[in-house]
Design a binder for this molecule. Structure first.
Ligand code: NAP
Ligand code: 1JT
Length: 254
């Protein structure tokens, strides 16, 4: 489905990352991939994951708070790939203390950091990628239900995800004339590095599984497969959307 297509994936930290499940789906469909990791600390992880199964992948260091690194990343991708067909945005950050207690107490620093990394990075990366998407393209980001409803403890991340989902719509309008589509996946809770350390995350997983119509939690591979759909021509008429991959949790009332 993606033979001769090139993509870049932001946000592989380890094998549990949603970005890694997405990479496997995209690679399985024949795409050539570039990966970015944040700092040398994670380089070995990404190298270890890609070495066996995806030789020939491009690995680049890129912290989105450093504009020079972002510019350098896309310069190198342009040089190696020539054209870019899709971009996966699977990054988020908030200081730990902001995901505890009340949203009311969010500091200015925590708010700005969370929104810079988790939301501003989408238009930032889209702006850098668009000139390489000369044959149209697809941009996919990862959101969560806390963007639209209060999920106790998600706090400033919910506000950042609301900005991310709204950015998805504004970018879809800006980039549509260039045949670049922009969509968000709203994933159900998944036990990843980000989720680890969130107090009561396992209680949350149980709660979701009990209430979701499918009576289970979503697998990262299911999110990856939906990202594959959004990067393929099968979804050519879809842009500016938030697609739920949450076993139906979001449709429930009482
Ligand atoms: P993850 O494996 O921890 O991935 C998060 C990624 O964001 C990491 O690779 C992290 O790198 C990267 N990141 C943080 N700050 C960055 C920066 N300044 N520059 C570049 N990259 C940076 O966790 P995940 O659960 O797969 O999260 C991926 C996406 O899915 C996030 O947007 C998250 O909000 C979303 N999501 C997750 C869930 C869930 O339940 N897990 C549900 C819905 C949506 P470092 O490790 O180096 O910080
Ligand atoms: C971050 C973290 C982004 C956890 C995230 C995230 N997107 C989804 N999750 C999982 C999650 C987290 C909480 C939650 C529900 C789901 C950790 C810090 C980096 C950014 O609230 C009940 C807190």
């Amino acid at each position: 489905m993606l033979k001769n297509k090139n993509g870049i994936i932001f946000g592989v930290a380890n094998k549990r990352s949603i970005a890694w499940a997405t990479a496997q789906a995209l690679h399985g469909a024949g795409a050539r991939l570039a990966f970015t990791y944040q700092g040398e600390r994670l380089k070995e992880n990404v190298e270890g994951l890609t070495a066996d199964s995806m030789p020939g992948s491009l690995l680049l260091s890129c912290d989105v708070t450093n504009q020079d690194e972002v510019d350098q990343t896309f310069k190198l991708v342009g040089k190696e790939f020539g054209r870019l067909d899709f971009l996966i945005h699977s990054i988020a950050f908030a200081p730990r203390e902001a995901l505890d207690g009340e949203y009311l107490d969010t500091s200015r620093e925590a708010f700005l950091k969370a929104l810079e990394i988790s939301a501003y990075s989408l238009p930032q990366l889209a702006r850098a990628a668009a000139p390489l998407m000369t044959d149209g393209g697809s941009i996919v980001c990862m959101s969560y239900y806390g963007a639209e409803k209060v999920v106790a403890g998600y706090n400033v991340m919910g506000v950042a995800k609301a900005a991310l989902e709204s950015s998805t719509r504004y970018l879809a309008n800006d980039l549509g004339p260039r045949n670049i589509r922009v969509n968000a996946i709203s994933a159900g809770p998944i036990q990843t590095l980000s989720a680890r350390g969130v107090s009561d995350f396992s209680t949350m997983l149980k709660h979701h599984a009990a209430r979701a119509p499918l009576r289970r939690n979503v697998a990262a591979s299911e999110v990856g497969n939906t990202a594959l759909f959004l990067c393929s021509s099968m979804s050519s008429g879809i842009t500016g959307e938030v697609i739920y991959v949450d076993c139906g949790y979001n449709v429930m009332g009482v």
